[in-house]
Ligand binder design. Structure first.
Ligand code: CTP
Length: 401
């Protein structure tokens, strides 16, 4: 913990980590204790708290803490601590711990926008990222006082989620591969679009956005710069992810297509509406006096996945689509999916067999990931997070250096 006002939010992160069974030692800086006192950290962690290297010297804490840790997470991380870490200073227990840690290190910066954007901070962040530290992007929103901007600490529940994924990948023996998307920019779309008839009515679909958000979270935990284009998803911003909220397919396209131009990978997990009303009424449509119902004419929407796959401003971008299929007289689920993969022109198609019922809103999913190169990877029923990681595994395999 370092000395920012967001230190109070770190209490919640600490609580989530301990309640999920982790042993947590809190190492605050002296400044952090100006915001939240040592008794709070000690009570919540159930462990003694020190800021300096002179307490319990016989246990050599300045070396032992870092060496024995499975994960070091600094939340909030101030500009000062980021600078000290980047330069390898070791003037308190926290910076000693950072120098001795060989496990994954996650920094969650929180500071005013000017301090975050300053070239000194940006250079320090770049240095740390080059060394394999996972420095997550701060969130945008209300800062201390009345100002708003980039620099907020992401929500503790989301930092916890990211830490959990980093720990799991590290425990599974990921080694240097834990952050195999570091230095990559990925774009993910999620949710379902709404196509408006008038200011209060729309055509929509049941997509919850859960799978797209799981993809964004997983990519952030693997070190990617993530742009998440979220259509009407009632879900919190994942930590370290740039979230752009949209409603209609026109808005979604306006964000996804330009973002795709510089992306290493684009995953279209959203369910954009295939059709929209041909006309939009500025005023709320009224019931007719004679009781007749209006006929609503529909026009077809642009296919964003097809557009990105066929225009390819960067030929090496890996483009991923989703397809919910049921087999019919013309072919099996996989036959139809192979034909769709070719039609769409994407590199990978994640196929859900929805013959037995919908997956919408469910925390679980199962799929086959088809590759344009002929591969078919079965992902058994499991969490949407597990499917997300399986998809990124396939993407990583196809990314060129
Ligand atoms: N998609 C898109 N733009 C649209 C519609 C869909 O980019 N206007 C993307 C989705 O994000 C998803 C994939 O295309 O990745 C789904 O393909 P789609 O053709 O919509 O699937 P179905 O609705 O199942 O298609 P069809 O009715 O043709 O079988």
């Amino acid at each position: 913990m370092t000395g920012g006002i967001a230190a109070y939010k770190a209490c919640e992160l600490l609580r989530r980590l301990t309640e999920s069974g982790h042993d947590v030692t809190v190492v605050p800086t002296d400044s952090a204790l100006e915001f939240v006192g040592a008794p709070t950290w000690a009570a919540l962690s159930g462990r003694p708290v020190a800021t300096d290297v002179w307490t319990d010297v016989h246990r050599v804490p300045h070396v032992r803490l870092g060496q024995s840790a499975d994960l070091v997470v600094v939340a909030p991380a101030t500009a000062d601590t980021i600078a000290r870490a980047a330069h390898g200073l070791a003037d308190d227990l926290l910076t000693n711990t950072l120098l001795t840690a060989r496990c994954p290190v996650v920094l969650a910066p929180a500071m005013h926008t000017e301090m975050w954007e300053h070239p000194a901070t940006q250079a320090n962040v770049a240095t740390l990222r080059e060394r394999g530290v996972l420095v997550i992007e701060p969130a945008e929103g209300r800062l201390t006082g009345k100002d708003t901007g980039k620099g907020r600490l992401p929500e503790p529940a989301e930092i916890f989620e990211l830490c959990t994924q980093v720990l799991a990948r590290s425990a599974a023996g990921g080694g240097a591969g834990v952050q195999d998307l570091a230095g990559r920019h990925v774009v993910v779309s999620a949710g379902g679009t709404r196509e408006y008839l008038d200011p209060v009515r729309f055509l929509g679909n049941r997509s919850s956005g859960l799978q797209g958000f799981a993809l964004a979270r997983a990519a952030a935990a693997r070190g990617a710069e993530v742009t998440l284009v979220a259509a009407n998803a009632n879900l919190p911003d994942p930590a370290g992810v740039k979230v752009v909220r949209v409603e209609t397919i026109a808005q979604l396209r306006d964000v996804v297509v330009p973002a795709a131009a510089s992306a290493d990978a684009v995953v279209m997990a959203a369910a954009p509406a295939d059709f929209r009303p041909a006309t939009y009424s500025d005023a709320k449509m009224k019931k007719a006096a004679d009781g007749s119902a209006p006929a609503i004419e529909l026009v077809q929407n642009p296919d964003v996945l097809h557009e990105i796959s066929t225009t390819r401003p960067r030929p090496d971008t890996v483009v991923v689509g989703f397809a919910a299929e049921t087999g019919d007289d013309t072919g099996s689920v996989l036959d139809l999916a192979r034909a769709k993969l070719a039609r769409k022109g994407c590199d990978l198609l994640v196929v859900n067999d929805v013959s037995g019922g919908a997956v919408f809103g469910s925390p679980e999913n199962e799929a086959v990931i088809l590759g344009a190169d002929g591969t078919a990877t079965d992902v058994p029923r499991g969490s949407k997070s597990a499917l997300a990681h399986a998809i990124w595994d396939e993407v990583v395999r196809r990314l060129q250096d």
